[in-house]
Design a protein around this ligand. Structure first.
Ligand SMILES: [Zn+2]
Ligand SMILES: [Zn+2]
Length: 382
């Protein structure tokens, strides 16, 4: 089959690879029809994530048609159209039983912090992903979710990560009616977090980024007040001023380890890699939220140290909440939101590309060319 192939930082291509096979009776093989490139794939592409191995196929946001099922798969049928959550979760362990499907204890033999993730580094289990014609899906009766007849596959594929991650960011913020919510990052997840903040009762939603075309998009889509941090003298001072000196009720970090905006953080975290990336968005979130407020983190960070003002967290009495989205837990609610038109995921798709053009698509998305917000690979057999 044809599949994306990681060859080292800033180098990806499409190669002929062996067809995935059923390795466990609970596996299924899915013929991929759509597969997104995610901002967190860019962390891999940029060489930021430890133990990203040459030859890995990325892709944790995909949907497709069930091609084959293992002998113990009972619910999923060959021919089902499914969306596949990015978390690989067994559905039965101590953590899955609590709905913490991003923290499954069984699916990632390499580590105990995060569960397995499709198409990520070997720190997340080293599973091949869905930027390919076919993918092996473990625990097939648990994760894959049949796409309702009425749902556009372009919407369905965004329910595998971007929508649930943005939604959970808002949920973890514990938003109260009328709250001011600040979202750092106007990428796909930040856009969905801003949209979701309203669904939880926010009274004011502000989005901060430095990429004007994305700010313009989220201004309409969320809708939100938007500010380019390059045009602000000091983000934190601005946030205090615009909230009567109190700070925002909830701050969401939807940026993670590759944040721009601070030279020291960029040199130490991104160029010299002495820390697990640049944590400036998290800095701003901690310092912009009110005393006793909540900071919700869904941006991706490495497991090791960061230049984070933890003393301010203590002194302000903040609550930090963070996790990989528990996609399967959120899907019933999100499918309802899409059905009722309260979230319109596919509006963020700016580019549809064939698998063979994947190198161009990574470059375009990484360099933020052509007003790219979300690129989706549409497979030839879709
Ligand atoms: Zn993703
Ligand atoms: Zn589990």
């Amino acid at each position: 089959m044809r599949a994306m192939d990681y060859r080292g930082p800033y180098r990806v291509r499409v190669d002929e690879k062996p067809m995935p096979e059923i390795q466990h009776p609970r596996d299924a093989i899915v013929r991929v029809t759509r597969s997104c490139i995610c901002g967190s794939d860019l962390h891999l592409y940029h060489g930021m994530v430890p133990d990203t191995r040459i030859g890995q196929t990325f892709g944790h946001e995909f949907c497709g048609i069930v091609e084959e099922v293992g002998s113990e798969v009972e619910k999923l049928k060959v021919g089902d159209h499914v969306l596949v959550p990015f978390n690989i979760a067994c559905g039965q362990c101590h953590f899955c039983k609590q709905g913490l499907y991003g923290n499954c204890h069984e699916s990632n033999p390499a580590a105990t912090a995060v569960g397995g993730i499709f198409g990520y580094s070997h720190t997340a289990g080293g599973y091949d992903g869905g930027q390919a014609e076919y993918a092996r899906v473990p625990y097939a009766d648990f994760g894959p979710t049949v796409i309702p007849d009425w749902m556009d596959p372009d919407d369905a594929v965004l329910l595998t990560d971007v929508v649930p991650t943005g939604y959970q960011a808002a949920e973890m913020g514990g938003i109260q009616k009328g709250d001011t919510v600040v979202v750092f990052g106007a990428g796909p997840v930040g856009i969905m977090a801003a949209r979701s903040a309203w669904l939880f009762g926010a009274g004011r939603v502000i989005v901060i980024d430095h990429i004007d075309y994305r700010l313009e998009f989220v201004r309409e889509f969320a809708p939100a007040e938007v500010y380019n941090f390059k045009e602000l003298d000091d983000v934190v001072v601005f946030m205090k001023k615009t909230t009567d000196g109190l700070g925002a009720d909830v701050c969401i970090d939807a940026v993670g380890a590759e944040a721009s905006g601070n030279i020291l953080q960029s040199i130490i975290g991104k160029r010299m890699k002495l820390e697990a990336g640049s944590a400036i968005a998290l800095h701003w979130a901690i310092n912009s939220v009110k005393k006793g407020g909540i900071v919700s983190i869904v941006g991706v960070y490495g497991p090791t140290g960061n230049l984070v003002p933890i003393g301010n967290v203590v002194n302000k009495g903040l609550t930090l909440r963070a996790n990989q989205a528990s996609v399967k837990r959120l899907l019933p609610k999100l499918i309802e939101h899409v059905k009722e038109g309260r979230i319109e995921p596919k509006k963020i798709i700016t580019h549809k590309v064939p698998l063979d053009d994947i190198a161009d698509a990574y470059h375009l998305f990484s360099a933020k060319l052509d007003n790219c917000i979300k690129p989706v690979l549409v497979l030839a057999n879709a």
